[in-house]
Each structure stands twice: as C-alpha cells, then as structure tokens.
Design a protein around this ligand. Structure first.
Ligand code: C5P
Length: 227
C-alpha cells in the first residue's frame, strides 16, 4: 500500500499580519511546517510528501526546511491562488502507483502518530476518512446585519480538521468533476459524489494556526508539553 502526503503551504497569511509566511513562523525551536513535515515523515506508509508553496516563496521554503532533516522524500509544487488549487496542483504530481492520498495543512503542526496511523488504517476500508472534534461552543447562523438567524443543534456539529485521507482515484475524480473551488476542504468534494466519508475523533490540540492568537496557543501547547 502506497500513501503520498500533500501539504498545502501556499497561503499568503493575510490574517496573520506577518511578512513571514505562516508555515515558516517559529514556535519553540522550529518553524511550524517543520513540526508538520517531521510528524508525517515518521509514518512508515507515507512514501513521499508533496508541499505546495507559493512560487515567490519557494527559495525561502527550501532554505528554511533544508536546515532540518525531515527524513523523507520532499517535492515542492507550485501553489495556486486558493487552497483547493494548491491541492489540485499536487494531486497532478502524485505517482501512478500511489493508492491513497493524505492531505494535511502545513499550519496544523500538532498531529499525533496515532491519529495518522488510524486514518491510514481506516481508509483501506472506507476510501475516505477525515478527523475532527465535537464543537464546544454554541453555534449560531447570523445574517450579514449580525442578527441571529438560527441556533444549530450542537449535538451533531463537529469541527473538521486535517489530515483527511482518500483513495487516490476517488479524490482525483472528485476534483475532476467539481473543480478545486467547490468546497473549503477536500472531503466536501468527495461528499458531493455521494461517497460516505468516515469521521474519527482527532484532538483539540490539532489547532490550525491562522491568526496571531493561534500562535500564542501553539506556543503554550508546546511549552506545556502536550505534543
Ligand atoms: O487559507 P487556509 O486557512 O484555508 O489555509 C489552510 C492551508 O492551506 C494553509 O497551510 C495554507 O498555507 C494552505 N493554502 C495553500 N494555497 C492557498 C491558500 C492556502 O496551500 N492558495
């Protein structure tokens, strides 16, 4: 069984207000993306990691990541203008022999080995497996004028994370049919095909570093030794 990992890292980091691309910001001793790549590289089923980066930042990414020993074959791919475009560019580079594709955002550095292994184990049976965590907050839909339109029943609402793992043929077909801009994650394209997508419980520590507040949280998680 061959798995390749796709790591979208080509975002411009507009919400971070920083001149350094988010994946290259340091938390503790290493840049965010290095934690992510090291975690993926440790899994024995993952043969190669395709990293989507913005062309303007390519040499910067290569230089920074090159300082660390990731221990797995890394390929840099040109990112696109949306996350989906970046994933699609990587999908086109996946080897013909690959059975499954694991997609994981560069900016979620705290993934455990147990989670990666479980996703890869389950995808053999389910073809599409994602992770997430039940929401803790009350979720309301609000209008543009900031008036409550609806309170959702929290019982069945999960915040979905990455990694998301798919049979390569299934994900390729979903991107072909619906295009790279049809959803905010990869699973949503597969769902449109009528394919069942299995959800397993991830971790509240698997945070996505998007805004400056998230960096504070990430540093605290690291300092407290939760990863
Ligand atoms: O922008 P968003 O929060 O969805 O970003 C999630 C991940 O997708 C980040 O790791 C970011 O670098 C990546 N991304 C990308 N190409 C884009 C936009 C985002 O690879 N055009």
């Amino acid at each position: 069984m061959i798995v390749e990992a796709i790591v979208p890292a080509a975002g411009l980091g507009v919400r971070m207000n920083s001149s350094i691309p988010k994946p290259l910001v340091k938390i503790g001793k290493k840049p965010v993306i290095v934690y992510t790549l090291e975690a993926l590289a440790k899994n024995r089923d993952i043969k190669r990691i395709l990293v989507a980066v913005n062309e303007d930042n390519l040499s910067r990414f290569k230089k920074v990541i090159g300082r660390y020993k990731i221990g797995k074959s890394l390929v840099f791919v040109s990112g696109g203008s949306t996350r989906g475009d970046s994933v699609e560019n990587c999908l086109k580079q996946v080897s013909g022999e690959t059975d499954f594709v694991l997609i994981h955002d560069a900016v979620r550095p705290f993934i455990s080995q147990a989670l990666i292994s479980r996703l890869i184990r389950d995808v053999k049976e389910s073809q599409a497996v994602i992770c997430g965590a039940p929401v803790k907050a009350t979720i309301k839909k609000v209008t543009r004028q900031l008036i409550v339109a609806q309170t959702l029943d929290r019982e069945n609402i999960w915040e979905i994370q990455t990694p998301q793992v798919f049979a390569k043929a299934l994900l390729t077909e979903a991107y072909k049919r619906y295009g790279s801009r049809a959803g905010t994650d990869d699973a949503s394209l597969v769902e449109k095909m009528g394919q069942k997508v299995k959800v397993i419980e991830g971790s509240y520590f698997n945070i996505k570093i998007t805004t400056p507040e998230d960096l504070v949280l990430a540093r605290a998680i690291l300092k407290e030794g939760y990863v």
